[in-house]
Design a binder for this molecule. Structure first.
Ligand SMILES: [Zn+2]
Ligand SMILES: [Zn+2]
Length: 281
């Protein structure tokens, strides 16, 4: 089982970090979790062309986690020699997002059908949405996926995913503060991926940007800090903790400083780095 951080950025634009997106590869499946800014470029960088994706899973519908869904859907349609269905799993609301997306892409679909006979004779963009709820399980090939509730309030519903395959477990938490349901998803995982922020650095930003202080306070209380992630990893007997979605953007050379904050609470393996950092279990 291999987990690759395709995009380690956040809503804050960064020239070197794509938006939140992570690839899980196991039992011959290529599963994408979230699809933020630039994820198709990073997916290609990881050696997976869009038509070869098995499924797209969404933890929640915040724009930074879904902003390149349109690129994925379109690229799969026009790059595939045979018609393929794009399977999208996400929380309640995902169908509404996909319906809007298809409306946005309707003119493009028409242009391409008018131009290319093979596309015109096919079924067009085919998307199958499955809205999932906490407690649901489903399979993608031989990969079993468990859906769990996360706590990113006031954003709701939000979910995390536990992947079980090849005798290994990877948990992708998405944006959440620590909670019992997250612990259940992470229990004894080989790899636990957590989106994180650094409250000390956000506090420093508030000093520099006092007008933004209320907004910055808002983001503090619905994300795990790096230290929270370390505590969750320790509590749940995780083997490897992967940090991603760095808020504010982690600068090159700062990896050790971020890892140290998690290591204060967790003695296992901790990974942080640039886009395309990966771990195998
Ligand atoms: Zn979010
Ligand atoms: Zn986010």
């Amino acid at each position: 089982m291999k987990v690759t951080l395709l995009g380690t950025g956040s809503p804050i634009p960064d020239a070197n970090r794509a938006g939140p997106s992570t690839l899980v590869q196991a039992s011959g499946q290529h599963i994408l979790v979230d699809c933020g800014r630039g994820c198709v470029m990073r997916l290609t960088g990881a050696g997976v062309f869009p038509p070869f994706l098995s499924a797209i899973l969404l933890t929640h519908l915040h724009s930074d986690h879904i902003s390149d869904l349109n690129d994925l859907v379109t690229s799969r349609w026009i790059m595939s020699p045979q018609p393929i269905v794009t399977h999208i799993y996400g929380p309640v609301g995902t169908q509404q997002v996909v319906d809007g997306l298809l409306q946005m892409l309707a003119l493009d679909e028409q242009y391409r059908c008018d131009h290319h006979a093979d596309l015109r004779s096919g079924p067009g963009m085919q998307i199958m949405v499955t809205e999932v709820s906490p407690g649901d399980t489903f399979t993608i090939g031989d990969v079993r996926v468990v859906v769990g509730r996360t706590d990113h309030r006031p954003v709701a519903p939000t979910v995390g995913f536990r992947f079980e395959a090849e005798g290994k477990v990877a948990t992708l938490a998405g944006d959440t503060v620590p909670c019992d349901e997250l612990d259940a998803l992470c229990r004894d995982a080989d790899i636990y991926v957590q989106t994180v922020l650094r409250p000390d650095m956000v506090d420093a930003m508030k000093q520099l940007l006092p007008a933004q202080a209320p907004r910055l306070n808002d983001i503090l209380n619905y994300h795990s800090s790096v230290e929270d992630a370390g505590r969750t990893a320790a509590r749940c007997n995780v083997k490897t903790l992967m940090l991603t979605h760095y808020v504010p953007a982690m600068q090159p050379g700062q990896e050790a400083e971020w890892i140290a904050q998690a290591a204060a609470h967790f003695s296992g393996n901790i990974v942080a780095g640039p886009d395309l950092t990966s771990v195998e279990a």
